[in-house]
Write a protein that binds this ligand. Sequence first.
Ligand SMILES: [Ca+2]
Ligand SMILES: [Ca+2]
Length: 380
Amino acid sequence: MKKKVLNALLTCLLVTTSLIPTTIVTAASLPTTPPSGYDKAQSNIPHGQVSYINYQSAATNSQRRARIYLPPGYTTSKKYSVMYLLHGIGGNEDEWYTNGVPHVILDNLIAAGKIQPFVCVLPNGNATATGVSDGWTNFTKDLIGSLMPYVESHYSVYTDRIHRTVAGLSMGGGQAFNIGLLNLNLFPYIGAFSAAPDTLPNAQLFPDNGVAAKQQLKFLFISYGTTDNLINFGTGVHTFCDSHSIPNTYFLVQGAGHDWNVWKQSLWNYSQMVCTAGFTSENTSTPVPTPTSTPTLKPTPTPTSTPTLKPTPTPTSKPSISADLNHDGVVNMADVILLASAFNSVSGNEKFRNEYDLNSDGVINMSDVIILAGKFNIVV
Ligand SMILES: [Ca+2]
Ligand SMILES: [Ca+2]
């Protein structure tokens, strides 16, 4: 008799347990430091697949390449959410895959039941082409006008805003801010990891003083290593949001710089938190808010006051200044950091004018970073 009661209780317990959704584990304690092994491939779990895609871009009038991660068990009998994950200066569609192993991090999170499976696209965020002065800005047009339509017509993915996010590191973090905040009708979740000087000023990111962002943003994640010299760019956005009651998550990795330790940890946290915020929700009944500002393909309003994104003057007309600003023989992130430290300095400072004003227009700004980006990884 006792055994019967015990069995009944046990059955009851099993039924109850099976009724608990096996989906998202609460991410209340996030963001945090990931457990060791979060970025290490495990042989005993299902793996997603990463492959190249080629699409015709109206922004460059050429074929462009991206990588796409399809989660384990991907099937056309269901719809998936899509994350666009952007790389940094000097990188391309291979950078995240090679150095940040998003496929490994996502496989592990899915296997652990921490996130729902979703599709992750790794674009080339520098949509440079003949006649295009700034491929990084031109990427907005490429992403929205060509890459997103390609992905949404070739894969079994949702096409509404609730199931789409943009995130990125460094230059890609700046792009995530610029693209996401100025196209809130398309991107309600934004992740900016160690955002670089391409981050637009708050007046441009929040043209209505943050009203639309407060209304439409569902999740904003901003992260940095505490020793990163670029920390002020995204922290300025964080501060603006705090002072305008726009919810945001500000994640600092203590003692870290501008590196993959921060970016991989950020992806691990962001992926879980964005799912909790509704990114992979199966409930599609959430109404799309009417955009209060007209969505535009170009994130940059006409630069009337600042000479940002000016076309590079022809090199023949100016004496060429080396982009190897720290004179260590290679053009890389260290030089961007030096340049950023002198941002918005004007020609009154002779050292800056002589060494950092790469296009010799009297001001150190994004135009100079674009020039530097064009020489990235060049050994001088
Ligand atoms: Ca250098
Ligand atoms: Ca300049």
